[in-house]
Write a protein that binds this ligand. Structure first.
Ligand SMILES: *[C@@H]1O[C@H](CO)[C@@H](O)[C@H](O)[C@H]1NC(C)=O
Ligand SMILES: *[C@@H]1O[C@H](CO)[C@@H](O)[C@H](O)[C@H]1NC(C)=O
Ligand SMILES: *[C@@H]1O[C@H](CO)[C@@H](O)[C@H](O)[C@H]1NC(C)=O
Ligand SMILES: *[C@@H]1O[C@H](CO)[C@@H](O)[C@H](O)[C@H]1NC(C)=O
Ligand SMILES: *[C@@H]1O[C@H](CO)[C@@H](O)[C@H](O)[C@H]1NC(C)=O
Ligand SMILES: *[C@@H]1O[C@H](CO)[C@@H](O)[C@H](O)[C@H]1NC(C)=O
Length: 276
């Protein structure tokens, strides 16, 4: 009797445990593709990436546990990738978009080059994008505006060119936007420079360090070439300089001839003096 009670209750406990455990986490083929392609496009000269091997890509997560350095897992899926300051080179594979549950992508402070893949638009859960302090070039993809949950776009210290896409102003949750120290040009779209209502606003520090970028909160467009004022200034300056120079020259010449005269006078005097 006692044995039966014990065994049935333990069966119940076993059944309960099974029900509470997460379903046998099947690795996701999308994550595997994403990680495989990303590791192929990245270079890791200092061998900083631990466990970034094909075997781990096939099974990077178990529930909330990650076996991949820099990865955070949520329910068996990759949901954060933080590979900051690891001396990584190479480029960002467009197939990173296969990590469809990705919420945060931080590849900052490396030496990554090449473009920012427009395919990031398929990361519909992306909230944080930090690609700052790399050597990324090409335009800022306007498609980023399709990642509706984006809170943070930090692209400072790269070599990005072209215009700032005005579409990014549509991102209602955007609270950090930093594109300083790039090679961006043209007007700052008012959708980002002068946001209306209670949308978070970004000051000049988000935009400075781009030689040809202009408009609020930066100063208005600088006129091409030398301004009239600069030309007048240079004219006046060089005029004054040559005036000073010629005065100096005249003074020196006068001084020298004065000396000569004096010397000559002295000579005359000595000559006039009778020798004893
Ligand atoms: C690498 O994988 C092993 C086992 O799969 C794990 O124990 C270890 O924590 C992993 N290392 C990192 C940095 O995630
Ligand atoms: C970046 O990594 C280097 C070398 O590993 C380290 O010395 C430095 O403190 C790191 N910088 C930051 C900001 O973590
Ligand atoms: C990577 O993405 C490209 C398109 O961006 C696609 O053509 C290619 O098949 C993808 N590679 C893999 C292995 O999925
Ligand atoms: C992006 O990463 C850099 C360091 O790599 C950090 O200093 C910066 O604060 C990050 N940006 C945001 C908005 O967190
Ligand atoms: C910013 O926008 C407001 C209206 O939303 C406008 O009145 C103001 O002139 C704008 N400022 C600049 C510098 O463009
Ligand atoms: C500009 O904004 C940043 C945060 O986005 C803040 O840290 C900084 O103090 C602001 N600078 C000025 C001059 O307001």
């Amino acid at each position: 009797m006692g044995v039966t009670v014990w065994s049935s209750s333990s069966t119940i406990i076993l059944l309960l445990t099974c029900a509470l455990l997460p379903p046998s986490a099947k690795p996701d083929p999308n994550d595997e593709r994403c990680l495989t392609q990303l590791s192929e496009s990245l270079q890791d000269p200092l061998k900083n990436l631990q466990n970034w091997t094909k075997t781990t890509f096939a099974n990077p997560c178990q529930g909330f546990t990650s076996f991949l350095q820099g990865a955070t897992c949520n329910n068996g899926r990759i949901y954060k990738l933080s590979l900051s300051n690891l001396s990584l080179k190479g480029s960002i594979s467009p197939n990173i978009s296969s990590c469809t549950n990705l919420q945060a992508l931080d590849l900052s402070s490396n030496s990554l080059s090449g473009p920012i893949p427009p395919d990031l638009q398929y990361l519909v859960n992306l909230a944080v994008l930090n690609l700052s302090s790399n050597r990324l070039s090409g335009p800022i993809p306007q498609q980023l505006a399709l990642c509706a949950y984006l809170n943070v776009i930090d692209l400072h210290d790269n070599q990005l060119t072209g215009l700032i896409p005005q579409q990014l102003g549509l991102l209602a949750r955007l609270s950090v936007f930093d594109v300083s120290n790039n090679k961006l040009s043209g007007p700052i779209p008012s959708s980002l420079g002068n946001r209306s209502g209670n949308l978070p606003r970004f000051n000049a520090s988000s935009y400075e360090g781009n030689k040809d970028l202009y408009g609020y909160p930066l100063p208005p467009m600088r006129s091409k070439g030398l301004s009239v004022l600069a030309i007048v200034g240079i004219g006046l300056g060089s005029g004054l300089l040559s005036l000073v120079l010629s005065f100096t020259a005249v003074c020196i010449w006068l001084k020298i001839s004065e000396h000569k005269m004096a010397a000559a006078e002295e000579g005359k005097i000595t000559q006039l003096m009778p020798d004893y």
